[in-house]
Design a protein around this ligand. Structure first.
Ligand code: UD1
Length: 429
């Protein structure tokens, strides 16, 4: 299994091109199941999760061709996928495929909406809490689906098609909102979704669906209205930039010091995280090429942050912020409100010498002057990258073992960082 070796201490200077967002690309690819015409997606990141979803869609009979520049080409711009679900040959998504990536469960919505039936294995994914699918099922039931759980599978049917309804989510859920929007697009009648997630990836999905002929209003706000249509057609859509990748590299620069332009990044997608970085002492400036992050000599100030649904501070940047706070000049407090059990990086950060105390949902980080490199183990996607950030700033060598999770969500991580002066390499055994 691959490992990543880092020799810490170098500042980061230069430009990092931000890739398309994984969390937008996945639902957009799944939305292709809603039409028998071709959906073309530009700026799709080359990630293990994208490849895995291609296999899952292939199993349903979807044809996908990939074009675009390869990694290493000069003007690298992600890949363009041509996705055609002209013939859906199978409405079952099997355990072997779905258990490896939680988001693949979402195929239940377009399959049910278009084919009126779906049999989808209950999901797997990152080990960050129980992550049930009860709210997704609630949304589909409101739209008139009959749902049973049989042998670890969700078996859903809607013989006469789905029907518009009111869906009031008791809790803000990104997955629930994606599923509700996709299913309601082909339902008969109007659906109103309240307490909807406002994440930018929801808006990106709705924009794409509207290009495909859907009638979705209010995406990006807590109240979304979907007027169902009888069919959707092909379209072309560009995946929005990855705000989590942006925030991750921004934290890395704040940690090591230096000056990096995150090209193609959009500040409005992560304003809360940029505000926290400024509070921590990083210089953040926005220009028409992207976001510039710099820290030259200034101390890292401690912060107090709670994760929250968008536009709040994203849970997917919690581990990275914690890595940064390990070197702050005082005590920081980070509260995780979205997922229970999302503190698995704490014990690994301790291997660098970090002093972190956990009390329920809150971690108190007592800043220290210097981290020391260590062998560490990645446990989930965002936790893994927090270890990379710590390794970049630590004295000496860090070996990040089991990097499988990193490849699920970070495109060309070692290349992007080493181009800015980091000493980082992948070791394939
Ligand atoms: C998505 C993101 C993930 C991010 C998360 C929160 C993708 C592919 N993943 O995950 O990176 O960390 O949003 O921003 O986009 N919940 C239930 N029942 C359900 C569904 C969710 O109780 O049926 C709970 C979850 O356990 C969690 C909370 O709701 O505590 C939020 O989950 P949700 O917003 O649905 O996260 P995901 O869409 O899975």
């Amino acid at each position: 299994m691959d490992r990543i070796r880092i020799v810490g201490g170098n500042k980061l200077n230069g430009t990092i091109a931000i890739s398309g967002a994984k969390n937008a690309a996945l639902p957009l690819m799944i939305a292709a199941l809603l039409t028998d015409e071709t959906l073309i997606l530009d700026n799709v990141p080359r990630l293990a999760d994208v490849a895995q979803l291609q296999r899952i869609l292939g199993n349903h009979g979807v044809d996908i061709t990939s074009v675009g520049k390869r990694p290493g080409d000069r003007q690298y711009q992600g890949q363009t996928l041509h996705i055609s679900a002209a013939n859906i040959i199978d409405t079952t998504a099997p355990y072997e495929l779905v258990s490896r990536m939680r988001a693949s469960f979402w195929v239940v919505a377009p399959l049910l909406a278009r084919m009126h039936e779906a049999r989808v294995s209950l999901p797997g994914g990152c080990a960050i809490g129980t992550r049930p699918v009860d709210l997704l099922i609630l949304a589909l039931e409101k739209l008139g689906a009959e749902i049973a759980i049989d042998g670890g599978y969700v078996v859903a049917s809607a013989p006469g098609g789905l029907k518009g309804a009111t869906i009031d989510f008791p809790k803000v859920t990104v997955s629930g909102t994606h599923v509700a929007v996709m299913a309601a697009s082909l339902a008969n009648g109007t659906t109103v979704i309240t307490n909807a997630a406002q994440e930018p990836e929801i808006l990106d999905l709705a924009d794409c669906l509207n290009k495909m002929g859907a009638r979705i209003y209010g995406a990006g706000t807590p109240r979304i209205t979907v007027e169902g249509v009888s069919r959707l057609h092909g379209a072309r859509h560009t995946v929005l930039p990855d705000r989590i990748e942006t925030g991750t590299y921004a934290m890395a620069v704040a940690m090591t010091g230096g000056d990096v332009l995150l090209s193609g990044a959009r500040a409005e997608l992560l304003q809360s995280a940029l505000d926290v970085l400024s509070q921590a002492g990083a210089e953040v400036t926005v220009n028409n090429e992207g976001i510039r992050v710099a820290r030259n000599g200034a101390a890292i100030n401690p912060v107090r942050v709670s994760t929250a649904p968008f536009p709040g501070f994203p849970t997917d940047l919690q581990a990275q912020l914690m890595a940064l706070m390990v070197c702050a000049t005082g005590s920081s407090h980070i509260t995780e409100t979205i997922f229970e059990n999302r503190f698995m990086h704490v014990q690994e950060l301790a291997r660098f010498g970090a002093r972190i105390q956990l009390d329920g949902e809150t971690a108190t980080i007592h800043g220290i002057e210097k981290l020391r490199g260590a062998p560490v183990m990645a446990t989930d996607l965002r936790a893994s990258v927090s270890l990379v950030i710590a390794g970049l700033a630590a004295e000496g060598e860090t070996m990040v073992n089991r990097v499988y999770h990193l490849d699920r969500g970070f495109e060309r991580l070692e290349q992007k960082l080493s181009a800015c002066g980091a000493s980082i390499e992948r070791i394939s055994d």
